[in-house]
Design a protein around this ligand. Sequence first.
Ligand SMILES: [Zn+2]
Length: 380
Amino acid sequence: MNIADQALVKKINQELLLNQILSHSPISRAKLSEITGLNKSTVSAQVNTLIEKQLIFEIGQGQSRGGRKPVMLVFNKNAGYSIGLDLGVDYINGILTDLEGNILQDCYHDLNELAPEKALEILFSIIKGFLNQLPDSPYGLTGIGVCVPGLVDNNHIVFTPNSYWSQFELQSLLQQEFNVPIFIENEANAGAYGEKKFGSASNFNNLIYVSISTGIGVGIIINNELYKGINGFSGEMGHMTIDFNGPKCSCGNRGCWELYASEKALFKSLKHRVSYQEITNLVQQNDVDTLSSLQNFGFNLGIGLTSILNTFNTEAVILRNHIIETQPIVLNSIKNTVSSRVYPQLNYQYELIVSSLGKNAPALGASSIVIENFLDIVKV
Ligand SMILES: [Zn+2]
């Protein structure tokens, strides 16, 4: 083998071992050898490299049937840190995580109707705030992951129909200021990834994640991989046509699904902008208008979700929206609509579930993209 091939084999072996340590930690060298099929000297050599790189460390002693007790290996989740940022239409949600995706700090900022430059300043100040609190570690900040609702192609924001984020070259702006790897992803893709890695979707290989806020975005995971489309534009299902004579949409089309089934559409039907808390109060008071608006919100969502299930035949659809997560009447209405309209053979084959990560799903997905990149380049 030439030197390049040897380096590649080492890298592949380290990846194999690190993945096993990540999922089975604490684990012994002997067990690693047994699971991976790598011989003991290879395991020992690569484990030593991972220890030198401070990605793993040894702890006390594990269980053993007689003889010397083995030393156990643990992933060093504090070897470095990652920042995930969800740039919404009217908010920024930021988190600082360790390398296992545990949230150490979070920061939520309402943008209301702030000028774009002001919003950018807030974004920078959130990151600086996290950096000031960063614990000492071998690798420090390993990168920043950002997600936005809109079209994102290879870390470049192409179009954000409901916000102004596309007017900034965010990747280079952040790169210049913070000098770490910067990743930019579509918000629904990041949310799907977050749920797959850390949330309700971890047991599903094929799933659709639907983010419902000002618009509707869809993240598609097929055979455990994000399906992004050739330009990264897949999942713009908020803009599938529900009514071909319907009102004009910001995307240029007419009668798009999100004009009827987004949170914005729900608020419009409630006649005046109310807070989440006020919706809860009105539901508790059995307010007829509120209940029928929520019922209708579920119905409109169910119409589009039926087409999605008929198209993808996935095991699960994960719904991310605060009102759906807190008001069961909406999920019931969605389920009734879908089960009465979906291709009958698909019934009982899918699960409709709410996000378990809530508002942090996209930021966690963005952070996890950073972590995976870091673990990939730090080996060998
Ligand atoms: Zn549209």
